[in-house]
Design a protein around this ligand. Structure first.
Ligand code: NAD
Ligand code: ZN
Ligand code: ZN
Length: 341
């Protein structure tokens, strides 16, 4: 009989996962079997389980793409990791390595990529497979619970801030202070930007202040465009939207300074109104940004290893997964929840 382990499985689209036994997989070429120690729970996992996006995962599947664990078995062939190494799975589980995107530093946009916890089973289980060419290498001395959120939330906002082309001393709005946003505040501060936080919940804004935001706006109580324009004398140079409501995406245009850059990280299903006049007359750049490359990940992890970033985390158990999903859907989770195995 095949050996089994416990995992949280999406049996059909919907917010409820089923914790049950699944078969222990055998690592193939370029793959390693990892015994998990921790896994962060990202709002993307909720979108995956709900089937929110045009391109869907295929149930049954195991979500989770912030897994941290120990390599216990290597597949056939050569590897650049060893048994006993601490590694992580990420959203960019693997890429082809040969297409135009991969060759030009944009492996995140590879058409033949596999996604952790989406097209390949993820880290909501005691074991997972990683591709040893693409997995995260966890810096020595890392706390597995604390480092887990860097593998998606951290690298995503770090890359988003890089492509926002905003310099030290300039204003950066972080819209949405959840798992991604509370880490984005910290990276932006570490990069020397003046950080403004926008959310619809006061406790999230308090967390942003704790992590170094100098000004906060509750978008439920105040028009964020007006508040940001007043505070910055004309709007923010950069805006990073990590919110899970489409409204925040439209509001970003109002918060931007002339010549500013808006980066979208959040992925709620839906659309937002985009006023053409404002975009043209303000000369705005609006771009989407998807996770980060292996190099972005190394850099994002290095900020953590040097003590510049410290995710706000709370430990949970695998069996708590449905409560955490419920909390994410209600906007009631501060920082990141991380499963300890
Ligand atoms: P989260 O649930 O932890 O945080 C979302 C935050 O948005 C909450 O703090 C909530 O209060 C806030 N919010 C809700 N409505 C708002 C509004 N109208 N204005 C401002 N803030 C609002 O979620 P998360 O794990 O941080 O993920 C956020 C989003 O980013 C998800 O859609 C997720 O799929 C996406 N994501 C994208 C990438 C990428 O590569 N682009 C990577 C990871 C996650
Ligand atoms: Zn994620
Ligand atoms: Zn490719």
């Amino acid at each position: 009989m095949t050996e089994q382990f416990s995992a949280a499985v999406v049996e059909e689209f919907g917010p409820t996962l089923n914790v049950r036994g699944v078969d222990l997989p055998e690592p193939g070429p370029n793959q390693a079997l990892v015994r998990n120690v921790a896994s962060g729970i990202c709002h993307t996992d909720v979108h995956a389980a709900e089937g929110d996006w045009p391109v869907k995962a295929t149930p049954p599947f195991v979500p989770g793409h912030e897994g941290v664990g120990e390599v216990v078995k290597l597949g056939p062939g050569e590897h650049t990791v060893n048994i006993g190494d601490m590694v992580g799975n990420v959203w960019l589980w693997s890429a082809c390595g040969t297409c135009e995107k991969c060759r030009t530093g944009w492996e995140t946009l590879c058409d033949n990529a596999e996604y952790g916890g989406y097209t390949v089973d993820g880290s909501f289980g005691e074991y997972m497979l990683v591709d040893t060419r693409y997995c995260a290498r966890i810096p020595e001395g890392s706390d597995p619970i604390e480092v887990a959120p860097i593998l998606c939330a951290g690298v995503t906002v770090y890359k988003g801030l890089k492509v926002a082309e905003t310099r030290p001393g300039q204003f950066m709005v972080i819209s949405g202070i959840g798992g991604l946003g509370h880490i984005a505040v910290q990276y932006a501060v570490a990069m020397g930007m003046r950080v403004i936080a926008v959310d619809v919940a006061d406790d999230k804004l308090e967390l942003a202040k704790k992590h170094g935001a100098e000004f906060t706006v509750n978008a439920k109580e105040q028009d964020p465009a007006e508040a940001v324009a007043d505070y910055t004398n004309g709007g923010a140079h950069g805006i990073l939207v990590t919110a899970v409501h489409p409204q925040a995406f439209g509001q970003a245009i109002g918060m931007a300074r002339k010549g500013g850059t808006i980066v979208f990280n959040g992925l709620p299903p839906g659309e937002f109104p985009a006023p053409i006049f404002d975009i043209v007359f303000k000369g705005l750049t609006i771009r989407g940004s998807l996770v980060g490359t292996r190099q972005d990940l190394e850099e994002a992890l290095d900020f953590y290893a040097r003590g510049k970033i410290k995710p706000t985390v709370k430990e949970v158990q695998l069996n708590d997964i449905n409560d955490v999903f419920d909390g994410l859907l209600k906007g009631g989770i501060d920082g990141r929840r991380v499963i300890r195995y």
